[in-house]
Design a protein around this ligand. Structure first.
Ligand SMILES: NC(=O)c1ccc[n+]([C@@H]2O[C@H](COP(=O)([O-])OP(=O)(O)OC[C@H]3O[C@@H](n4cnc5c(N)ncnc54)[C@H](O)[C@@H]3O)[C@@H](O)[C@H]2O)c1
Ligand SMILES: [Zn+2]
Length: 398
């Protein structure tokens, strides 16, 4: 048994004691000259390509990738190239271990020290706006910033997305030391930040309280994480609405008290009454709309009480128009409506603690990752995502 073996065993025992899953082993050994990336070379086809790992500048960080989630945005780009990025290395929900750092790198974007061996995630690239700090971004979402995995290669640096063996984090990017989170949790940070932001937006209405009755419509990953965030805040009276039995069952494990299968009701009014009934004769104080279906947007008003609130976050991209009745749905009920899109850097940092709290109270948050593929099976991973199988699909490097 050599020293490496012993270190590995000790790490596993410590990790098991903490109850977390075992992270990928520390990146050991020399950095190779060349490494792989998954290049999307045409619609619906990634090719594994090898490139020279570029020089690490004084402000840069080279990270050995451990894993990366597949996002709906990746699936859109894979299928249709709506952002015109091909050829591109995708992957923005990634995490890995620092293997090399420039001499100027000392701290992460939240002020935590950084060292070789630390586990990190990225959020935004500020490019020519280095003056922006995470605190300025408290109120702004990241609509204008670039994100690794959604940018074109940078000269002969192809390590610009997390679907590869390495990623080069350039000076001016946000980076967070998340060494205290296990691999699965780190992969889930990005989608969870969407819900931390949505709940922050919901709180601005002043309607969400500990004892609020909350309806969460849509139980895909977004709705399920929404329920988890609400639970970690101490909100318990949650009703989940979806048309998929397995997802509704998972919603209950994630903390929803009751569920409603919309397929059992004809029309918005009947669905609203069903929600009213499961809340014991009350409409919801607050609703989170987590489907990308415009009909569902129209339906949710019928579930909310007079003076209640609604956070619409289901339309990351244009899903078409919805028909509501402005008199009945908004004015007469005095609904307070907020929209939510992406997150702020501050929400990102909040998300790390959310993930620990969620696991601390026993929510099955890591079970959101239902499928794991190695990098060279990335085409299968994206096809699995497009076939709407499972919940979160991840690429895991070994
Ligand atoms: N605001 C943001 O920044 C942001 C970020 C990421 C994703 N999103 C959006 O969130 C939405 C949900 O994402 P996801 O990954 O969970 O998607 P998903 O497709 O996995 O889940 C959507 C769920 O809604 C359910 N559904 C569909 N129509 C319904 C209806 N009429 N009533 C009730 N339930 C219905 C489906 O059965 C499904 O379980 C997407 O449309 C996505 O664009 C928004
Ligand atoms: Zn994403």
């Amino acid at each position: 048994m050599d020293a490496n073996n012993i270190e590995e065993i000790v790490r596993k025992i410590l990790s098991d004691m903490k109850g977390g899953s075992v992270s990928a082993p520390k990146a050991s050994g020399p950095i190779p000259e060349k490494a792989r990336v998954a290049m999307l070379v045409e619609k619906e086809r990634f090719e594994i390509q090898e490139y020279k790992i570029p020089e690490v500048g004084d402000g840069d960080i080279l990270v050995k990738v451990e894993g990366c989630g597949v996002c709906g945005t990746d699936a859109h780009e894979f299928k249709r190239d709506p952002f015109g990025l091909i050829p591109v290395v995708l992957g923005h929900e990634g995490t890995g271990e620092i293997v090399k750092m420039g001499k100027d790198v000392k701290f992460d974007s939240a002020g935590k020290p950084l060292a070789v061996g630390d586990k990190v995630v990225t959020c935004m690239i500020f490019g020519d706006e280095p003056e922006i700090t995470m605190f300025d971004l408290n109120k702004q979402n990241v609509g204008k910033a670039d994100v690794y995995g959604l940018i074109k290669h940078d000269g002969d640096n192809y390590f610009t997305g997390w679907f590869g063996d390495y990623i080069l984090i350039k000076k001016g990017s946000s980076v967070f030391n998340v060494s205290d989170l296990d691999l699965d949790s780190r992969i889930l940070i990005e989608p969870c930040a969407v819900l931390v932001h949505a709940v922050e937006r919901a709180k601005t209405t002043g309607i969400l309280r500990f004892n609020s009755r909350v309806v969460v419509q849509g139980c895909g990953p977004i709705g399920l994480i929404c329920i988890a965030v609400l639970r970690t805040m101490g909100i318990e009276n949650i009703v989940a609405v979806d048309g998929n039995e397995q997802r509704l069952a998972f919603a209950k494990r994630m903390g929803a008290e009751k569920s409603v299968d919309f397929r059992n009701y004809k029309g918005a009014e009947a669905l609203g009454e069903a929600v009213h009934e499961v809340f014991g004769g009350h409409y919801a104080d607050f609703g989170f709309q987590c489907t990308g279906n415009p009909v569902a947007h129209a339906n949710i008003y019928k579930m909310i009480r007079k003076g209640g609130g609604l956070c619409e976050l289901g339309f990351f991209i244009n899903g078409g128009d919805a028909t509501i009745n402005p008199h009945f749905d908004l004015c007469a009920k005095e609904i307070t409506l907020v929209g939510s899109w992406v997150y702020t850097l501050r929400d990102y940092a909040t998300t790390f603690d959310f993930l620990k709290r969620a696991q601390g109270i026993g929510l099955p948050i890591k079970e959101l990752i239902t499928h794991r593929f190695p990098l060279d099976k990335i085409n299968d991973a994206l096809k699995t995502n497009l076939a709407m199988q499972g919940l979160k699909i991840a690429i895991i490097n070994n």
